[in-house]
Design a protein around this ligand. Structure first.
Ligand code: PEP
Ligand code: CO
Length: 449
């Protein structure tokens, strides 16, 4: 089957909304197709090179952000604080591993959500599930839950303003290593993790002073002043992705110019389905979720479809099994795939297999399970002589109470205090920083990458 940007329509597309007005949908897609790109093909090629370095054990992969971004929550301080947190985590990891960190945000486009159930029932009323702000609205009433194509235009505008700010933060001086102490988030000042971070940033400041004295400074060394920060989202809503599928004039290849990196979720990874078909035709670096129900033959098929030329950095497998299942299910998958000798980057998503419902009724995750899954992921790789490349996390720079455990020991009964997520529970600042210190120890002590 010859690929074109809309040939996905000939395949079964799971998890997609049915729009009641197809004409309106077409109009919106046409409209979007004429809007400026958010990212450039050349940037995705740099990212691919960086991810290839992760595969070779020379860099660490850190991807993080909201489960679902929300239109109402778009706020410059929130974007800044999540960006700051990812910078802080990468400093901790770089310091411990002596490796650069490839930073990807689940930001600037993470608006569409797959759902386990098509419907949600409350007080005897049954309505379509919320599928992310790009599709419908969170409020529980009939009108809000109706998929509306106009929401795609809002998503584009929100992505454009988020990305504009991220670029300014990454390249406008805010990410300068000399500001390392200012990345601390005010509310977190008294915590152990912050104290640990402050001690580390002091050491880095001293090293920078030493380098400055030797003549290496922000004026002559770009990496001291700027950082590379990439955007990513799940490629779920295919009409939207189609609108941003454009030919790169320098190479003549098709690229998705909405986000640098796109991934396919655990529920839409059917090798014969529309999502895999769509992704096979674009040249961006891609991710593929590998959940506990993964069938090895299907996974091999997906590897062939998504990376037929065996390019380095093209395909990242994002393993999300859960703290228990990873031990029984992952070793066989890894050894089968490892045998192929293909270019594959392995990353752990310790979030999506560790979701549970608390006694108080909140969807939550325990930081202990999250860390345990990461630890097993690293151990399994080490035992098979394979490289564990990094982590994919749901986190926020806000001081939320959504996951239990961590430095402030959030318990079931505290979840209601600041539970703000529209979808899955995120690690807060202290939990994320603690995780980065634990990871740093794991890598430094085990020499695991
Ligand atoms: C997600 O990353 O938010 C997600 C839904 O993951 P998965 O497809 O692995 O369930
Ligand atoms: Co999620």
């Amino acid at each position: 089957m010859k690929w074109s940007k809309d040939s996905w329509k000939k395949f079964e597309a799971k998890q997609m909304p049915t729009y009641s007005d197809p004409e309106k949908l077409n109009q919106v897609v046409n409209n979007l197709s004429n809007l400026p790109p958010l990212i450039f093909a050349g940037e995705t090629r740099s990212l691919k090179t960086h991810i290839h370095q992760v595969q070779q054990g020379n860099a660490f992969y850190l991807q993080g952000g909201d489960c679902a971004e929300s239109f109402n929550e778009l706020n410059p301080n929130t974007i800044r604080d999540t960006f700051k947190l990812i910078l802080q985590m990468s400093v901790v990891l770089t310091y411990a591993t002596n490796k650069s960190v490839v930073k990807l945000g689940r930001m600037g486009g993470q608006f569409a959500k797959p759902r386990s159930s098509d419907f949600e029932e409350k007080n005897g009323e049954k309505l379509p599930s919320y599928r992310g702000d790009i599709i419908n609205s969170f409020e529980f009433n009939k009108e809000s839950r109706e998929p509306d194509p106009m929401r795609m235009l809002h998503a584009y505008n929100h992505s454009a303003s988020t990305l504009n700010l991220l670029r300014a933060f990454a390249q406008g001086g805010f990410a300068s290593l000399s500001k390392i102490n200012q990345w601390n988030l005010d509310f977190a000042d008294s915590f152990e993790t912050t104290k640990k971070y402050k001690a580390l940033s002091q050491k880095i400041e001293d090293s920078i002073k030493f380098m400055n004295a030797c003549g290496i400074n922000e004026q002559n060394t770009r990496v001291l002043k700027e950082t590379d920060f990439y955007t990513s989202h799940e490629a779920l809503l295919l009409p939207y992705e189609q609108a941003f599928t454009r030919i790169d004039s320098t190479t003549g290849d098709w690229y998705n110019v909405n986000s640098h990196f796109l991934w396919v979720g655990d529920r839409t990874r059917d090798p014969n389905g529309a999502h895999i078909h769509y992704l096979s035709g674009i040249k961006n670096p891609l991710g593929l979720k590998v959940g506990p129900s993964t069938n090895i033959d299907e996974l091999k098929k997906n590897i062939d479809i998504l990376n037929p030329e065996n390019e380095g950095g093209r395909l990242t497998l994002i393993v999300r099994m859960g703290a228990e299942k990873i031990k029984s299910v992952f070793p066989d998958i890894l050894s089968e795939i490892h045998k192929l000798g293909r270019n594959i980057t392995w990353v752990c998503d310790p979030m999506h297999g560790n979701t549970s419902t608390s006694n108080s009724g909140y969807k939550t995750r325990a930081t202990s399970n999250i860390f345990q899954e990461i630890q097993s992921f690293f151990e399994i790789h080490q035992s098979q002589g394979s490289i564990a490349g990094g982590v994919h996390l749901e986190l926020t720079g806000l001081n939320v109470t959504e996951c239990v455990g961590g430095p402030d020991d959030i318990k079931d009964e505290n979840l209601g205090d600041r539970y703000h997520t529209f979808c899955d529970p995120r690690l807060n600042v202290n939990q994320s920083l603690e995780l980065s210190f634990l990871l740093a120890d794991l890598i430094a002590n085990g020499d695991m990458i």
